[in-house]
Design a protein. Structure first.
Length: 389
């Protein structure tokens, strides 16, 4: 059996596996707790979890207001965190992913802390003020998501002025990850400055300049890492402390999304996986479903007719700080992302937007358990696949 050093965050000694946050509803209490039970970091994505709770969804449709949407989503987040903590039975860590790009992110961070989450993971923008948002919760670990050493330097220097350091840093490679990507353009996702080995080397040099002990801030690489050989290289040769994995966990039996969602992700490969500009002003990667194929064919026309109009927010929830559809940004996406991600969670392949990583999955189109997936990731053992076949 291949042995890896534990991932140490605060007083938690963990396996070097972090499950990435995936919204809307793809990684909630079921998936996060299953990963935590294996002594990993299970992550709940905080975005619009009301879809998992029929009573909250019904309430949100009765006399909808922005305040009601925000309140119901915080209630849903509270339920999911408490459920995950109970199901994890004291093992691992339960983290909450909060997107900086989401308008209500300060309130979601506060709710996650009040509900007992062990860690806050934040990306989709530089989380410069995350220490301020969590100053009353000193026991909550903070884990920013960044893609290159320049961004890491900015965050570290700003946080050091606040007498706070990250408890870990997730380094996400835009050329491999799913969902929103940390590059300015679709073409930019392949820039060499994002290469893991380069970012890790530059970050370790940065630690030296800032007189920081590298062991105190674990670096976690994310994107295309659901592969035993890649994990071995990252942890044994490059100096990473752990890997973050999303899509391979999304398709597990414990994943919180509909079975059709899992089949769509697991069955996609090659040219079925495409990059496009999302409504948040960032590139994104997903499966070329009926919806996405149709949208991409009409994209230039829709962008040419973009106009700023709050009434174009088809869900009426103003979920993003910046939205191409609502704000009339002609160079980015022109669709309601909340509506499309919710449809994907329900398994509606003709309507949904299915985010997916670029690389092959460990078991191909087969769906295994979280335990079997982690066993392969840490040992290279695929005997579970043979037994289940």
């Amino acid at each position: 059996m291949q042995q890896f050093a534990p991932l140490i965050i605060r007083n938690h000694h963990l396996i070097p596996i972090v499950q990435g946050g995936m919204g809307v509803g793809v990684s909630a209490s079921s998936l996060a707790s299953a990963v935590a039970r294996e002594n990993g970091v299970g992550t709940i994505a905080s975005v619009d979890l009301r879809h998992l709770h029929p009573d909250l969804l019904k309430q949100s449709q009765e006399n909808p207001t922005q305040e009601k949407y925000d309140t119901l989503n915080r209630i849903a987040l509270d339920r999911e965190i408490k459920s995950a903590l109970a199901q994890s039975q004291g093992h691992g860590m339960i983290a909450v992913n909060v997107m900086k790009a989401v308008k209500d992110h300060p309130a979601m961070v506060r709710q996650a802390c009040e509900s007992g989450a062990h860690a806050i993971v934040m990306g989709a923008g530089l989380p410069l003020d995350l220490p301020d948002m969590t100053e009353n919760f000193p026991d909550v670990a903070l884990m920013p998501i960044l893609s290159e050493s320049r961004g890491i330097a900015i965050v570290l220097k700003r946080w050091m002025k606040k007498n706070r350091l990250p408890d870990a840093i997730v380094i996400e490679h835009p050329a491999h990850a799913a969902g929103h990507l940390g590059a300015a353009t679709v073409a930019g996702v392949n820039d060499e400055r994002f290469e893991f080995k380069r970012v890790l080397t530059e970050t370790f040099e940065l630690f030296k300049k800032l007189e920081l002990e590298r062991e105190k801030i674990p670096l976690i690489v994310a994107g295309g890492m659901a592969n035993f050989q890649k994990i071995t290289t990252a942890l044994k040769e490059w100096g990473a402390a752990a890997v973050q994995i999303g899509t391979a966990f999304a398709v597990t039996q414990e994943g919180d999304a509909h079975i059709n969602f899992k089949k769509t992700l697991a069955g996609a490969e090659g040219e079925q996986i495409v990059e496009f500009m999302s409504v948040a002003g960032l590139p994104a990667r997903g499966v070329k479903t009926k919806f996405l194929d149709s949208y991409l064919k009409r994209e230039s026309i829709l962008q040419a007719n973009a106009k700023a109009d709050p009434r174009r927010c088809t869900q009426g929830i103003n979920c993003l700080s910046v939205c191409g559809l609502r704000d009339g940004l002609e160079k980015v996406g022109q669709f309601c992302i909340d509506l499309k991600l919710a449809a994907a969670w329900r398994g509606e392949t003709d309507k949904g937007l299915f985010f997916r990583g670029k690389d092959p999955l460990p078991f191909g189109s087969a769906m295994r358990t979280v335990k079997e997936t982690i066993d392969y990731l840490l040992t290279g053992n695929k005997q579970a696949e043979q037994k289940s076949a």
